[in-house]
Design a protein around this ligand. Structure first.
Ligand SMILES: Nc1ncnc2c1ncn2[C@@H]1O[C@H](COP(=O)(O)OP(=O)(O)OP(=O)(O)O)[C@@H](O)[C@H]1O
Ligand SMILES: [Mg+2]
Length: 514
């Protein structure tokens, strides 16, 4: 009895012999071979159980490298570097490291859902006679995927998508990240355009001085967001998330943005609203941003520089309600200034209008020193989904800084610092703490730096006391001034009233005489 395996082996070797004979035959009788070729192909495909798909490096117009080819190259780079025997190393534009891929004519296998596939890197074209460093123009490279025809469904429906998705992820990981800023271009009239530099900020969540719990919460929020493509699709929401970072200057708002970008490996778009002419330009800038990016608007409360005008108005009308909303600022901006006509509604449209959904995965971060000044419409949940307060340095945050700056994790001086920060409640920003901890000369001891910090904290306490006293004094003076003005006003009004009465009396008397 012949087993199935033996049958396949026999058929395979019979086919191979037939192909060999056919090749010889074709060499001797080239014209006759043309008639037989379709027949042989049909015969061959009936018994050959594999399917092949080729992915050419250049396909279509414009001599652009095919996305599929590049995706496969990235996908295979992770496996080929450990499995293939002959590798090619390439630097590609915008990539931060070498990309290893298998060399021509190499083959590796891959497994997916218990299905085995074979990838081959191939090259076709004329063999050159002369030596040259450059590839021949007629050399064509391609990847060939081979799999059993019983696995057709798995491969076509799921494996190829998996390869493309993984490849894209590896490509994105390998790319050099960029920091974009919008500057008015000289060649484009007043149009503002994105220009970029390589993003190389060293801040990470490890170096960020903040309570561990808060840090972990933000990190898991970011991770959850970046993995929620399908979830956002399911609930019908654009795949974006808004963060509002607020707190006094020097508490690490900008540093946090850099840490977020490094953590998620996103690009950063630093949007300067004051150079944006109008809502149309704002929209255009948004459309030009790429996926996997953080769009940052720093100091949103003073992005549109109108505080001067606001002050004038306040001086004229003292009793005016002190509701300093962005909308008011922007409305005035629209009327008085020619430079920027970005309105609150334009900005809101930018955040959650239809345009914000193009391109996918984006984080929008606003920073401000004065959260109370912002219009509630701007910071409501859904627009700014997560509000993060960046505050003065606590003991836990100090420990992170001491470790980063001085490599000190324990010291007897820590108790005193803890007392000053927690019991005395001295407020010092992480920026100032860091400055005090920074060794000022080569070989300065960690202990010296810690003592300097203790001194600075004590000084800060005195300074804060002085500030409070001054504030009280100033408030008193202001109230006194206000009272005086009110008195003056009342006096003036009484005087006017008296004069009015006098005038009326004279008129009445005059009429009586007539
Ligand atoms: N939480 C922090 N962790 C680590 N370093 C910090 C932190 N806060 C501030 N720093 C240090 O202080 C410097 C200033 O911080 P940063 O620019 O992030 O403050 P900011 O809150 O953005 O201030 P501003 O409101 O003035 O823009 C940074 O270079 C950083 O080294
Ligand atoms: Mg900042």
């Amino acid at each position: 009895m012949v087993t199935m395996g033996q049958l396949w082996t026999n058929t395979g070797s019979a086919l191979a012999t037939l192909m060999f004979v056919y090749t010889i035959f074709k060499q001797w009788f080239p014209h006759f071979g043309d008639h037989l070729e379709p027949f042989f192909k049909r015969l061959f495909s009936r018994f050959y159980p594999y399917i092949q798909i080729t992915f050419h490096e250049y396909s279509g117009e414009h001599f652009k490298r095919s996305e599929a080819y590049l995706g496969i190259q990235s996908y295979l780079s992770k496996d080929s570097s450990s499995r293939a025997k002959k590798l090619k190393a390439n630097t590609t534009k915008g990539s931060k490291s070498l990309v290893l891929s298998m060399d021509d004519k190499e083959e590796i296998t891959d497994e997916f859902e218990s299905v085995t596939v074979w990838w081959q890197s191939k090259k076709e074209g004329n063999i050159r006679q002369s030596f040259s460093f450059y590839p021949a123009a007629d050399e064509k490279r391609y990847y060939m995927l081979r799999f059993h025809r019983r696995d057709r469904e798995v491969i076509i429906e799921r494996y190829l998508e998996h390869v493309m998705r993984e490849g894209k992820t590896i490509e994105l990981k390998n790319r050099e990240r960029k920091l974009y800023s919008n500057t008015p271009g000289q060649n484009h009239g007043n149009q503002t355009k994105w220009s970029h530099v390589t993003f190389e900020h060293p801040a990470t969540f490890d170096t960020l001085a903040m309570e561990e719990k808060k840090k972990e919460e933000i990190k898991s929020d970011l991770v959850k967001f970046s993995r929620s493509k399908d979830y956002y699709k399911k609930i019908g929401k654009a795949w974006k998330r808004g963060y509002l970072l607020f707190g006094p200057p020097g508490t690490g708002k900008s540093t946090m943005i850099a840490a977020m970008a490094n953590f998620l490996e996103y690009d950063v778009y630093d949007l300067e609203l004051t150079t944006v002419m109008d809502n149309t330009q704002l929209r255009r800038l948004l459309i030009e941003t790429s996926t996997k990016s953080i769009i940052v608007i720093e100091d949103i409360d003073c992005s549109l520089n109108l505080t001067g005008q606001r002050k004038k108005k306040e001086e004229e009308d003292e009793d005016e309600d002190d509701k300093n909303t962005i909308e008011k600022k922007m409305m005035k901006n629209e009327g008085d200034k020619k430079e920027s006509k970005v309105t609150l509604s334009g900005l809101l449209n930018f955040i959650d209008g239809l345009w914000s959904a193009c391109g996918g995965e984006r984080i929008i971060v606003f920073t401000t020193n004065f959260v109370d000044k912002l219009d509630p419409a701007l910071i409501r949940k859904g627009r700014m989904d997560k509000h993060i307060e960046m505050s003065y340095c606590g003991f836990e945050a100090f420990k992170v800084l001491a470790k980063n700056y001085l490599d000190v994790e324990e010291s007897e001086l820590f108790d005193e610092i803890k007392r000053l920060l927690e019991v005395e409640g001295i407020k010092m920003t992480p920026a100032d703490v860091g400055e005090n901890l920074l060794p000022k000369s080569e070989g300065e001891e960690g202990e010296t730096c810690l003592r300097r910090l203790i001194e600075a904290l004590k000084e800060e306490k005195e300074e804060a006391k002085r500030r409070v006293e001054e504030d009280v004094k100033q408030k008193k003076e202001e109230e006194e001034e206000k009272r005086r003005r009110k008195e003056k006003k009342a006096e003036k009004e009484a005087k006017e009233e008296e004069e009015k009465k006098k005038k009326n009396k004279i008129e009445e008397n005059g009429e009586a005489e007539h």
